[in-house]
Design a protein around this ligand. Structure first.
Ligand SMILES: [Ca+2]
Length: 104
């Protein structure tokens, strides 16, 4: 387990490390680059090897539809999706509205 800070080296004597992420402070969405340099038992230092890890929002948003309970016949009214929200580091960018039809 290790809390990585950009540009700060972490040295271990083990060949794996966990990138510990605090859910309240997630890595930004997008490509995040990591680098490994290894040192042998004679003190020789390797070139760096780098890899990009794509941090993605893989959680679906939640739609919350607000509407008046009763409207007068012939009157226009407003639907409100502003309480919809997203988890996983994203945000709602599109609202798709449908009149489903009469309900009994
Ligand atoms: Ca999401």
């Amino acid at each position: 387990m290790a809390n990585f800070v950009i540009g700060t080296d972490i040295s271990t004597e083990t060949p794996t490390i966990e990138v510990t992420v605090d859910p309240s402070k997630p890595l930004p969405i997008g490509r995040q680059r990591f680098r490994l340099v290894v040192v042998d038992d004679s003190g020789n230092v390797s070139q760096g090897d780098e890899v990009d890890v794509i941090v993605a929002d893989q959680t679906a948003p939640t739609a919350v539809l607000g509407a008046p309970r009763v409207v007068a016949s012939g009157s226009s009214f407003k639907l409100d999706g502003s309480k919809s929200f997203d988890a996983g580091g994203g945000r709602v960018v599109k609202y798709v509205w449908t009149y489903v039809g009469p309900q009994t």
